[in-house]
Design a binder for this molecule. Structure first.
Ligand code: UDP
Length: 330
């Protein structure tokens, strides 16, 4: 593996003394994954500065942290220059619209945060001598011609299709991270995040998990797009956040897939949601959105081997917890 030996812990100790607290900056801190990452970092002893412009995130996700001396929130668009006083050890770049409905509504902001926002976040890491982790995506594989997808597959992306704004922004972000690594020696990490779900997803973000659960809870028709034979592989957020943390603390510069390899068709998924909610909903079929990937399943060999990581939470268990969350929010 092409990795650079860099020990942020050693640098951190040199700078702050052995007992000082690590400082993390999380962009997209009010989002679904960003806010869970903030919680994990605080639980592991970090001081966290969260940045979010609240375009798709919500302060509800971080409200429990108000008054916590280890958390500071800055409402800012990360495509603008990020000025922070004091040391920073880790930059976690999670800011971006991430659901197809959101990035179809916000194509330019999606492109800007992937390009300009990643540039600013990398610039911050460079200035502070910090490690950097990019929240990338399985969408870099597009509608994949290789199955399951391993990190050495270069993808099948339509740059000018409706998903192009997200896919190409993340592909550019990966290229920029690698350029900062090669040119400036920044210790960069790239997490290719596959479909992840759990509490704090927005009920109306359009993604299949909140869509089907909210429809089932209201006994409304479940909208399966296409014939429902397309597949996804769903990872519970606790597994994902642990994988992300391990990746940052590793020395792996190449992209690493993080996701749950348990693949399921969308039609089977709809039936599982109906079963677990005890809903009276029926299934209706709607047109398949353009460029909707036919199959998606992560090959997580690299994560297993180098991070000692694999998901632990099965779909039924994770869905039960997610359903409870959505019930509590109705
Ligand atoms: N989907 C669906 N009904 C919905 C929302 C999504 O059948 O109400 C399908 C969508 O076409 C895709 C899969 O579910 O095949 C996952 O969609 P999602 O928006 O969650 O994210 P994606 O994996 O496509 O990025």
């Amino acid at each position: 593996m092409n990795s650079r030996s860099h020990t942020p812990k050693a640098a951190h100790k040199r700078r702050h003394g052995a007992s000082a607290q690590p400082v993390s900056v999380v962009t997209g801190a009010a989002g679904f994954l960003g806010s869970h990452l903030v919680d994990l970092l605080i639980a592991r002893g970090h001081k966290v500065i969260g940045i979010d412009n609240l375009v798709t995130g919500t302060t509800d996700n971080i409200a429990h942290l108000y008054g916590n001396p280890n958390f500071t929130f800055i409402k800012q668009d990360v495509t603008e220059y990020i000025y922070l006083a004091g040391p920073v050890d880790y930059v976690w770049h999670f800011a971006s619209p991430a659901s197809p409905v959101d990035y179809l509504e916000l194509p330019i902001q999606t492109l800007k945060v992937g390009a300009l926002g990643t540039h600013k976040a990398l610039g911050l890491a460079k200035h502070k001598g910090a490690r950097f982790l990019l929240a990338s995506t399985s969408e870099v594989y597009g509608d994949p011609l290789v199955h399951p997808q391993s990190e050495d597959y270069w993808g099948n992306v339509n740059p000018i299709g409706p998903r192009g704004c997200y896919d190409e922004a993340k592909r550019f972000a990966e290229a920029l991270a690698m350029a900062y690594h090669r040119e400036h020696g920044i210790p960069t990490r790239i997490a290719r995040i596959f479909n992840t779900y759990g509490p704090r997803m927005r009920m109306d973000d359009g993604r299949v998990v909140p869509a089907f659960i909210s429809q089932a809870l209201a006994n409304k028709p479940i909208t399966v797009f296409g014939d429902g034979t397309q597949t996804r592989s769903f990872c519970y957020y606790t597994d994902m956040i642990e994988g992300i943390y391990r990746l940052m603390m590793s020395d792996i510069v190449e992209p690493v897939n993080l996701g749950n390899p348990a693949e399921i068709t969308i039609l089977e998924f709809a039936r599982e949601v109906i079963r677990l909610t005890g809903s009276r909903s029926r299934i209706v079929f709607k047109p398949l959105p353009k460029d909707d990937p036919r199959r998606r399943q992560p090959d997580i060999t690299r994560a297993r081997k180098y991070l000692g990581w694999a998901p632990r939470v099965g779909l039924t268990e994770g869905l039960r917890a997610t359903i409870e969350y959505f019930k509590s929010r109705r």
